[in-house]
Every structure is written in C-alpha cells, then in structure tokens.
Design a protein around this ligand. Sequence first.
Ligand code: C5P
Length: 290
Amino acid sequence: MSGSFAVTENAPAKINLALHVTGQKADGYHLLDMLVTFAGHGDRLGFEASPSDQFTISGRFGAALDIDSRGNLVLKARDMLRQAAVAQGHHAPPVHIHLEKNLPIASGIGGGSADAAAALRGLIRLWSLRLPGGRLSTIALRLGADVPMCLANRPLIARGIGEQIEPVALPSFAIVLANPLKAVSTPEIFRLLTAKNNPPLALRGSDWLAAIRANRNDLEPPARRLVPEIEDVSAALKNAGASLVRMSGSGATCFGIFDSIETARAAAAKLHSDRPDWYFQATETLCGGR
Ligand code: C5P
C-alpha cells in the first residue's frame, strides 16, 4: 500500500476449514458450525484524518468494488461506528480510508467481512474510541454474519449464524488458495442448499489434519452445482500435491493444505503458469492458542 497512513490494518482472508449447516432459523438465516482460521494474506486498509470523508481503492481486485455506502461494507462500518461513537459523546471526524483489495470479490474467504472488521479496528484506533462492551459486537453482526469472526481474527469455532465464537488452539497450515474467478452469491448458495439439518462439527484427537478431514463443507455440493469450475480448481490443487482440498465458505475459493510453505509456494507457481486466468496464493494460516 503506497502512501503513509496514521493507522494501517490487515484484513486477512478467512478460511472455513470446515462448515456444517445444522439448521435454519425462522428469519431464514442458517445455523452453522464452523472451524475457521485466517491466512497470512489479505486486503490492507489505511486510515488518516482528512478534511472530508474520502475512500480510495487500489489492488488487483479493486476495480470490481462498489464504492457507495450502500454497497461497500467498509463505508457501512465507518458510518455505523461513527453513529455509535457520536451517541457516546465521542468525536468521529472525517477520515480518508484506503483499501488495497488483494482478495477476489465474492469468493468465500470473507474479503468484504474482513475489510469491515479491519475498518472497525482501524477507526477505533484512529478515533481513540472506547465503546461499551457488546456495542462493537452488535455493530459487527449487523454488518454481516461473518464480521464478528473477522473481528476476532484468530483460529476459532463459530456457531449460531456465526456470532457465537470460541477460540481454538490450531497449528499453522501451509495452504494454497485457488479461485477460478467466478463470483459466487452467498444467498444463492444457501437457496440451492437442500440438506439443512446436518450433524455438528466432530473434532476429536490431536491430529488436526485428520480432524479437518473428518468434517466437511456443506455448502460445497450446491456451490459445485452452480460453478462447475470448482471441480477443476479442486482437481488442480490435488494434482499439485495438496494433502487435503476443500472449498471455503460459499465458494468458489478452494484451499489445499501442503507440507510446508516452500511446497505450497512451488505448487502455486506451477498452478499459476498452467492457469494464469485463475487466482492462486500460497500462504500460511495463523496459529492460535486457546
Ligand atoms: O450476513 P451476511 O449479509 O453476510 O449474509 C449474506 C447472506 O447469506 C444472507 O442474506 C443469507 O441469505 C445467507 N446466510 C445464511 N445464514 C448464515 C449466514 C448467511 O443464510 N448464517
């Protein structure tokens, strides 16, 4: 990110190592059981005081973004946080926010949610805010079901619609993210989902790879029906040597787990030369204690 900003924040890709749909609420939202971690790669946000509110975007996927405050979660986060701050008697002066958009849009790795969470974290720092406990979580959840977990920004299990968060001790994994650059609508995938009352996560033993393998992503079957390229992406990751391949979120990004970051980088380079029109990124996931 060029330019010097008073405050910068990372907005790492969210990886659903497993996602089980266990039910549906009366309001239509689905009850989920998710094992989530975050990548060492993602979007970046910069914040600085400015004579008037300003929003600028750069990065490989910046051109595809909505920049009005109805469509962009960063601006919604700014506006909701400002309203809450002012209601508490704080100042929330005009700000220039810059978003470096490195993650593909609508790709199942939480780009928009991670950006919103990073906007909340960054503006709290820039504006030196202290909000009453619970206020921030409420704002996060109103921004989207994945925003609370992106705010936590560490390995976790999320339940409910995503807002019940329990930290989990997970090792770091070397992964390659792969996306055929087909945007996927999350509501569309949930609409196509037929099996909605599946068993919850079952995480037993100390071998995390085996535990992840024993679970699944229930959104993968409907996403594969909608986007046949997910099959090709998944096969490409397997052929490149991944020991486990799965789709994240509502897709279409798949992740492959590799033995080391070196093998992941080599695989990503080879995959990129085979399919320069797709998105590949080697990275290590965060590790987190309980
Ligand atoms: O909360 P968010 O706006 O990110 O969710 C996008 C859409 O995904 C919702 O409108 C809903 O259709 C679906 N969704 C769901 N159950 C969840 C999370 C999202 O049905 N737990």
